[in-house]
Write a protein that binds this ligand. Structure first.
Ligand SMILES: [Zn+2]
Length: 86
């Protein structure tokens, strides 16, 4: 019997390491996603449903930008996916 071992490659990202994944600089800032008035803030509108806040990690050395949807908003996206709306 062959035992298959699936090795999961640990994803290196700025969210977990606070280090730029492009230039390895530690000069990374976190910008929390906010919902502002129309057209303001770093948000995604999914077909006029409630806005999805996007938080960013920005490398101040090379300018690389990584974006993440907040966990609570991720649930909204999952629900939309489940209901077939996206
Ligand atoms: Zn960088």
């Amino acid at each position: 019997m062959v035992l298959l071992i699936v090795k999961k490659i640990c994803e290196v990202n700025m969210k977990n390491t606070n280090t730029c994944s492009k230039c390895q600089s530690n000069d990374v800032v976190y910008v929390k996603g906010r919902t502002g008035s129309y057209g303001m803030g770093n948000v995604i509108m999914l077909r006029a449903f409630s806005p999805i806040n996007v938080s960013s990690y920005i490398c101040l050395n090379c300018g690389f930008l990584e974006e993440y949807i907040e966990p609570k908003d991720l649930e909204k996206v999952k629900k939309l996916k489940k209901s077939g709306k996206i």
